[in-house]
Design a protein around this ligand. Structure first.
Ligand code: HEC
Length: 136
């Protein structure tokens, strides 16, 4: 029966789950933690500098002109339907929308370090805000 077939799958699934687990994934030292926090801080601070610079566009404006301290960026509401884009969007899609439409710049490639830096900074500024995906 169906249940029996499922039960026979259990050992195979357990083996797969174990194989997928990287060795020692749960173990880390205080030094590791300090290193990871430093890496986050360094990326986030680059994002902060970009957010306050006019380098992302061509009209001399910067993100902070309209979003001081990342105000009204609402990273906690993503992914959500975005009217400007006309479909479900991620935070990075709206970052690029603003680069194109408010700074007259070229959208950043989705795998660019700059996009990651901006996301890190925006999320850092809104830390502690409750997650609310899909919210308007
Ligand atoms: C000239 C003003 C202006 C500038 C400069 C600007 N934005 Fe925006 N931004 C807006 C407006 C207007 C919206 C649309 C608000 C809406 O309806 O969601 C918006 C929306 C956003 C959103 C989505 C907010 C939400 O509520 O979902 C993000 C994220 C964002 N901007 C990031 C940026 C970043 C990053 C930059 C710099 C690259 C930037 N913005 C530059 C005006 C600006």
């Amino acid at each position: 029966m169906f249940t029996n077939r499922l039960l026979r799958l259990v050992p195979a699934l357990a083996a797969l789950a174990l194989a997928a687990q990287p060795a020692g994934a749960d173990e880390f030292t205080k030094e590791d933690l300090a290193d990871w926090q430093q890496q986050f801080k360094s990326v986030m601070e680059k994002g902060e500098a970009l957010f306050h610079s006019s380098d992302l566009g061509t009209n001399g404006h910067s993100c902070d002109g309209c979003h001081p301290d990342a105000a009204n960026t609402h990273p906690e509401t993503y992914p959500k339907y975005q009217q400007q884009i006309g479909e479900m969007a991620e935070l990075r899609d709206m970052i690029n929308w603003c680069i194109e439409n408010t700074l007259d710049g070229e959208p950043l490639p989705l795998d660019s370090p700059e996009l990651l830096q901006l996301e890190a900074y925006i999320n850092w500024e809104r830390r502690g805000v409750a997650m609310a995906p899909g919210k308007h």
